[in-house]
Design a binder for this molecule. Structure first.
Ligand SMILES: [Zn+2]
Length: 256
């Protein structure tokens, strides 16, 4: 079967792979140059692209999601995902978030993706404020973990490659529970509590959980993440710096 993607599919897949960010370029070339080797074998909207339609490997574990976006149409909300490129095979997917079968190209309401997000930007979904946790190694900033509790989404920005990748809630939460030593099943087995309880997890808990998760399913190159309090981003406060230069303790400054 050597059939190219439909123009709608090509539009959606290249949209989550913006060409202004270089790590997406090889993926765009596959979407534009390869042909469909398999359709619907792992869900309704699962498509495997290979060069010349060479046979797809449908038994391998699915690679991690590399690019993700959502298109809201009058017929439903469609998730667009591209998985990590493996040897001459690119797994792509279009699926309705409701789990029903995929409709055709309905009138579009809006779309969003992580692919154009940068640290400091508002949430790509609701435009609200995002909680950001810096991921720092001895060599510098490796990434930023971002959470929007309103949309119940988390993602990580890879500061080296300059791209944002979704982080699966269930796996991340399991590591967070381990790091926090929480075994109460009412909490530990309820990943969506993460968003309502977000403020109760400090940056170190989030960093520890991400470090564990990232060891099992690497998203970014971050072997040794530093705790938040020791990261190189933490500079001594101006007051402490002046006190150390003057050589006075806070109490002696207040003594008349
Ligand atoms: Zn949001």
């Amino acid at each position: 079967m050597s059939v190219p993607l439909s123009s709608w599919e090509r539009d959606l897949f290249t949209w989550v792979l913006p060409e202004e960010r270089s790590p997406y370029i090889p993926y765009r070339e596959c979407v534009l140059g390869w042909v469909v080797a398999s359709r619907g074998m792992r869900g309704d909207g699962h498509i495997v692209l290979t060069p010349r339609g060479n046979a797809a490997d449908l038994d391998m574990p699915l690679p991690q999601v590399f690019a993700y976006g959502v298109v809201e149409t009058v017929d439903g909300i469609i998730a667009v995902s591209i998985r990590e490129l493996v040897t001459e095979q690119l797994d792509c997917d279009l699926s309705l978030l409701s789990g029903e079968s995929l409709p055709g190209r309905g009138k579009e309401i809006r779309r969003w993706s992580y692919s154009r997000w940068n640290p400091g930007h508002p949430c790509p979904i609701c435009s609200g404020q995002v909680r950001e946790v810096r991921l720092v190694t001895p060599r510098g900033v490796a990434g930023v973990l971002a959470v929007c509790s309103r949309d119940e989404r988390l993602w990580v920005f890879d500061s080296v490659r300059g791209i944002a990748l979704p982080v699966p809630l269930t796996s991340f939460y399991a590591e967070l529970m381990r790091v926090q030593g929480i075994r109460d099943p009412l909490i530990a087995l309820a990943p969506h509590r993460f968003f309502s309880a977000l403020e109760s997890y400090n940056d170190d808990a989030m960093i520890g959980a991400f470090a564990q998760y990232n060891k099992l399913r690497p998203k970014i190159a971050a072997g040794d993440l530093l705790p938040a309090r020791t990261g190189p981003s933490r500079r001594p406060s101006l007051v402490r710096l002046i006190r150390s230069l003057v050589g006075k303790s806070p109490s002696s400054q207040n003594t008349p």
